[in-house]
Write a protein that binds this ligand. Structure first.
Ligand code: FAD
Length: 435
C-alpha cells in the first residue's frame, strides 16, 4: 500500500523497504545513518507544504536533509525531507543577487556567479549545502574581508511549521528573517534564498605547508602575527596528520604538517607583502599561495569531497596568545598521541561585525575544530580527547559557539538571543513539527 503522502506530493515518497530509500537518506557524513519512517524527496515548494501539513495533522516530526555535511544525530522517526531536487541557481548581474534553490551546494553557485564576474562569499568546502551553511551564519575563507555570509541574504522563501509559504526579508516577517540568519533549526523549511554576491576580480590565496619540525615555530609565529594582521586577510592554521594513502600528494603522504591557509582579495603585490611575514615563519615544504581565480577558492582549504564517516568537535576562542600555542601543542602537537587527523584554528576576528541577526559567535576571534576519520575511535577515544582539548583551551574559550562549528549540532547563543529564537520558533511552528 502506498504511503498517504504519495498522493499529495510529486517527488518520491519512500519508506524503509523501498528501493532507493538508503540512497535518498544517505548523508555526506557516513557515520550517520538516517532511518526515518518516510523520506520525501521534495521537488517543489508545494511538496514541502503538503509534507509539513500532513506531518502536522499526524503529529509526526519533520527533519531536513540537504547534503548531510551537518548530519550528527540520526533521524530515526517521522519524515525526512530531502532537498536535492530543489536546485537551480540564477544570478541577476544588475542587482548582484543570486537566487538559489535549497538543494544547491556552493559548487552550483560559484560557476554561475563567476560567469558574470561575481563571487559568492562561500564556505571552505564547495560541497556544503548553501542553505544549511547560511542558516548557521557561515564563517568562510573570506570572513575577515567580507564578513559572515548570512549578512548578505536578501530574502528567504520558507515553509513554516504551519505549512504556510512566507517570504522573509528585512521588510517581510523581519522577526523570522532575523532568526533564519544564524538560528539554524526549527524555523521552517527553506526552499529558496536570495543572496548578495560581490565583485572579487583579484585574489591572492593558497596554503603554506610547514613540516613537522617547524610546526611549533609556525604556530607560535602565526598566532603572534594575527594580533596585528591585515584586516582584509583571512588565515587559518591546521595541524594535519596526512594518512599514507594514494589520495594524498606524495610530498604530504604519511606526514604531520602545519597547513597555513591564506586568503586576501586584492592585487598580488599587496598579497605578497601581507604574506611575506608568514612565509618567513619557517621553511616550507610547499607553498601554493599566489594569484588564484576566485572561482577556484575551494583550493585554499582543499576539503575532502567524497562522502566518508567523520567526527567533528569545535569551539570558538575569544583571543590567542603564546600560551594558547603551548596549550594546543600539548594536546594536538605533532608528538602527541591523539585520534584526530586535523586540528584547525581559523582567525575570524573582524572589527566591524554587522549585527541584527541570530548569528552566534560573531564576536569570537578564532574557531578551533578537530576532525577524526577513524570510525573505530568515534565512540571510544575521540570524545575524551576532545574533552582534553576543550579543557586545555578553556582560558581562551568564547562564551558563544556558532552551530556550524560546534560539531554536535548544538550552538550556544547569548541568553537574550536564545530566548528570542525560542519565541520565533513558537510563533512560526506552534505545534513543534520541525526538528
Ligand atoms: C568539510 C566541511 C567544511 C565546512 N566548512 C564550513 C565553513 O567554512 N564555514 C562554516 O560556517 N561552516 C562550515 N561547515 C559546516 C556546515 O556549514 C554545516 O555543517 C552545515 O549545516 C551543512 O549544511 P548542509 O546542508 O550541507 O548539510 P545537512 O546536514 O544536509 O544540513 C544540516 C542542517 O541544516 C538544516 N537545513 C539544511 N537545509 C535546510 C533547508 N532547506 N531548510 C531548513 N533547514 C535546512 C537542517 O537543520 C539540517 O539538519 C563545514 C562542514 C564540513 C563537513
Amino acid at each position: 500500500m502506498s504511503h498517504p503522502l504519495a498522493s499529495r506530493v510529486t517527488g518520491p515518497v519512500l519508506t524503509p523497504d523501498d528501493e532507493g530509500f538508503a540512497d535518498e537518506v544517505a548523508a555526506h557524513n557516513r557515520a550517520v545513518t538516517h532511518t526515518p519512517d518516510v523520506a520525501v524527496g521534495a521537488s517543489s515548494t508545494q511538496d514541502v507544504v503538503e509534507t509539513v501539513r500532513w506531518a502536522a495533522e499526524q503529529g509526526v516530526p519533520v527533519a531536513v536533509l540537504a547534503t548531510g555535511h551537518g548530519s550528527v544525530t540520526p533521524v530515526t522517526s517521522g519524515v525526512l525531507l530531502t532537498t536535492d531536487r530543489l536546485g537551480g541557481v540564477t544570478v541577476d548581474p544588475a542587482t548582484r543577487v543570486a537566487t538559489i534553490g535549497a538543494g544547491s551546494a556552493w559548487t552550483d553557485v560559484v560557476p554561475v556567479a563567476d560567469a558574470v564576474g561575481l563571487a559568492a562569499i562561500a564556505g571552505s568546502s564547495p560541497h556544503v549545502g548553501v542553505v544549511g551553511y547560511l542558516l548557521g551564519g557561515g564563517i568562510g575563507p573570506f570572513v575577515r574581508s567580507h564578513g559572515i555570509s548570512s549578512d548578505r541574504i536578501e530574502s528567504v522563501t520558507v515553509v513554516t511549521g504551519a505549512g504556510e509559504v512566507l517570504e522573509a526579508s528585512a521588510d517581510q516577517h523581519p522577526d523570522l528573517f532575523w532568526a533564519l540568519r544564524g538560528g539554524k533549526t526549527g524555523l521552517g523549511v527553506v526552499t529558496q534564498v536570495r543572496l548578495g554576491l560581490v565583485a572579487m576580480p583579484e585574489l591572492y590565496a593558497g596554503a603554506l605547508f610547514f613540516d613537522t619540525e617547524h610546526i611549533e615555530a609556525a604556530l607560535r609565529g602565526w598566532l603572534a602575527w594575527t594580533a596585528e594582521a591585515d584586516p582584509e586577510t583571512t588565515t587559518s592554521a591546521a595541524i594535519v596528520r596526512f594518512p599514507p594513502i594514494d589520495a594524498v600528494p606524495p610530498f604530504l603522504r604519511g606526514r604531520t604538517v602545519l597547513v597555513l591557509r591564506v586568503a586576501r582579495p586584492g592585487d598580488a603585490t599587496t598579497g605578497e607583502r601581507v604574506a611575506a611575514p608568514l612565509r618567513a615563519l619557517a621553511p616550507t615544504v610547499a607553498d601554493t599561495v599566489g594569484v588564484l581565480p576566485v572561482a577556484r577558492a575551494a583550493e585554499i582549504h582543499n576539503d575532502p569531497t567524497d562522502p566518508a564517516p567523520s567526527w567533528v568537535r569545535g569551539t570558538m576562542l575569544s583571543g590567542a596568545d603564546d600560551d594558547l600555542a603551548t596549550a594546543l601543542l600539548e594536546v594536538v602537537g605533532p608528538g602527541v598521541q591523539q585520534p584526530f587527523v586535523a586540528a584547525e584554528v581559523r582567525h575570524v576576528a573582524r572589527p566591524d561585525g554587522v549585527d541584527g541577526s541570530a548569528v552566534s559567535g560573531r564576536g569570537a576571534a578564532f574557531t578551533l575544530s578537530v576532525v577524526g576519520l577513524d570510525p573505530s575511535q568515534f565512540a571510544t577515544t575521540m570524545p575524551a580527547a576532545a574533552d582534553r582539548i576543550a579543557q586545555a583551551v578553556r582560558p581562551w574559550t568564547a562564551a558563544e559557539l556558532n552551530p556550524n562549528f560546534a560539531g554536535t549540532g548544538a550552538a550556544v547563543w547569548d541568553q537574550a538571543t536564545a530566548e528570542r529564537l525560542d519565541r520565533v520558533r513558537r510563533a512560526y511552528d506552534p505545534a513543534g513539527v520541525l526538528g
